[in-house]
Design a protein around this ligand. Structure first.
Ligand code: ADP
Ligand code: MG
Ligand code: ZN
Length: 504
């Protein structure tokens, strides 16, 4: 491949995409790839990863393969490129025989600059053979975190990419992702055998996003009020289940919000209609499962609401990242309750042990993020291996914890009560019962287990239920108590918890 003159690259950027300047390190990345080097790009959602392979593909000879996990995402990008006058195509299960033949012919003739391929199509023998005959300039692997089991959407077919791409000659690979935990990064590089690749990691800080966690109480009322306050701007509401998606979309509609549902269970045409409607501003609010949004490029999403807890902070960060791509304000609201985390843990109960453990750790990160009173931005960036030192968030109140700093109180005595309550009830109960015992509430369980006889019973009657629940959470966050994965909902005292009692 040819390395391009600075002016030439910039000229093409303007000519084809209409942009006057590169963003962040796009230019370096493009030059690196054009000089034939393997390139690894870690950039937050909305920062402009696509351009890093689109522009080199256009100016290189031959066809670049773009491996991308979602058909909707491919279609979106191919449509955009075609509108710019670029010959881009896709190859996936939606094509019929004739369409497939035409794509292949045009690729072999060298007309196609970018060929988007679904991983499932890439692994098909006949397609490998065909691609082997084409003049491939390089391979781009978008959403590369799909390679890692530690990514939030692992795709087994992604693991085969390297061995297949290796058959198309000595072509450079560019891998791109917005998931940058050190673990995922390592997995990607190992699997693609590109440990030697040049890594371009941008800051993951999204300055224009406001992060807020709200307690999930009266959530429907809160949601309606919040959405109404946004006055018809575009927003996404994520729910965990299809059923919930339907329910919330309906709830918003009867409250005069122009909302529509999106989930994998909807009829394909309807789903597409809702997605297009959202992109074209016919629909203000899309209520969706996480199936919605990967790679969807809508610049003016003004809010992203997590109605239910996300399964991981990676997922949360990607999803919230869909707000404010245009650099203007984006509000990210998460409605949080520990019950959601417990529910998600229950879903994992039948998974194989390692998968379950992974899922559990990811969930713990979510709950400690949500329950912490530390700057959200600081926590998120720390999670992605980046230290956030700017004073901006605390000075400008760009997250709820910076906008309304919480009083921090010394809770040693309270923590002791919680650990004691767990021990005296023989570590056989969950948060609800522990709180009832401490507060002296005579529930069914308290009666049948005779727990009103315990010395700890009613010791914390002056404090509210919400207060004690938050103390229990703090003991979990600090690992004095741990959730028992075999018996969901039950809290056990850890070694650290026993040590704490001996020496608080
Ligand atoms: P990512 O894949 O990193 O989430 P995209 O590639 O979808 O992000 O780009 C996000 C938005 O940024 C798109 O609307 C894109 O057109 C825009 N964009 C990318 N590069 C530039 C640039 N150099 N100047 C202006 N806008 C850009
Ligand atoms: Mg992208
Ligand atoms: Zn902050």
């Amino acid at each position: 491949m040819i390395a391009c003159q600075v002016d030439e690259l910039r000229g093409k950027l303007k000519e084809i995409f209409g942009f006057s300047n590169f963003r962040g390190n796009q230019e370096e990345i493009i030059n690196n790839l054009l000089s034939g080097r393997n390139t690894f790009v870690l950039m937050p959602t909305g920062a402009g990863k696509s351009l890093c392979y689109q522009l080199p593909a256009i100016i290189s000879e031959g066809t670049a393969i773009v491996i991308s996990p979602l058909i909707a995402l491919m279609k979106n990008q191919v449509d955009q490129l075609n509108a710019f006058g670029v010959n881009a195509r896709f190859m996936n299960s939606t094509l019929n025989k004739t369409e497939m033949r035409r794509v292949k012919e045009d690729t072999l003739s060298g007309a196609v600059k970018l060929l988007y391929v679904a991983p499932e199509s890439l692994t098909k023998e006949e397609n490998i053979e065909f691609l082997g005959q084409a003049n491939i300039s390089f391979a781009a692997i978008d959403e590369a975190h799909c390679i890692s089991e530690w990514g939030h959407d692992f795709r087994p077919e992604y693991r085969k990419i390297k061995s297949i791409v290796g058959q198309f000659g000595d072509i450079p690979i560019i891998a791109l992702t917005a998931t940058a935990t050190p673990k995922v990064q390592l997995d990607i590089q190992k699997n693609l055998q590109m440990e030697e690749a040049d890594v371009f990691k941008s800051s993951f800080n999204r300055k224009n996003l406001y992060y807020e966690i709200r307690p999930k109480v009266d959530v429907k009322k809160q949601l309606i009020r919040f959405v109404k306050e946004q006055k018809g701007t575009s927003g996404i509401i994520y729910c965990l289940s299809r059923k919930k998606v339907e329910e919330i979309a309906e709830l918003l509609r009867v409250n005069d919000v122009n909302a529509a549902p999106y989930h994998a269970g909807l009829d394909g045409a309807l789903r597409m209609k809702h997605q297009d409607g959202f992109l074209n501003e016919d629909i203000d609010v899309i209520v969706a499962t996480i199936a919605f949004g990967m790679g969807i490029d809508k610049p003016d999403v003004r809010f992203v609401v997590h109605y239910d807890a996300p399964k991981s902070l990676e997922g949360y960060y990607q999803e919230t990242g869909r707000a404010g791509r245009d650099g203007l304000e984006g509000k990210c609201i998460l409605f949080y309750t520990l019950d959601d985390i417990i529910k998600l843990e229950k879903f994992n109960k039948d998974k194989p042990v390692t998968e379950r453990e992974t899922a559990k750790l990811l969930l713990e990160e979510v709950s400690s993020y949500a329950e912490s009173s530390v700057c959200r931005r600081k926590q998120l960036l720390h999670y992605f291996g980046e230290e956030y030192m700017d004073p901006d968030c605390s000075e400008q109140g760009l997250c709820d914890n910076c906008a309304h700093p919480k009083e921090i109180f010394e809770g040693m005595g309270f923590i002791e009560h919680v650990i004691n309550a767990a021990i005296k009830t023989e570590e056989r109960f969950g948060i609800k019962h522990l709180v009832n015992v401490i507060r002296g509430i005579e529930s069914q369980y308290v009666k049948s287990y005779n727990h009103s006889k315990l010395d700890i019973y009613g010791i914390g009657k002056d404090e509210t239920e919400v207060f004690w629940r938050s103390v229990v959470r703090q003991t979990l966050l600090n690992e004095f108590l741990a959730k028992d994965i075999e018996n969901i909902g039950i809290l056990k005292v850890t070694a650290k918890g026993h040590d704490f009692l001996k020496k608080p």
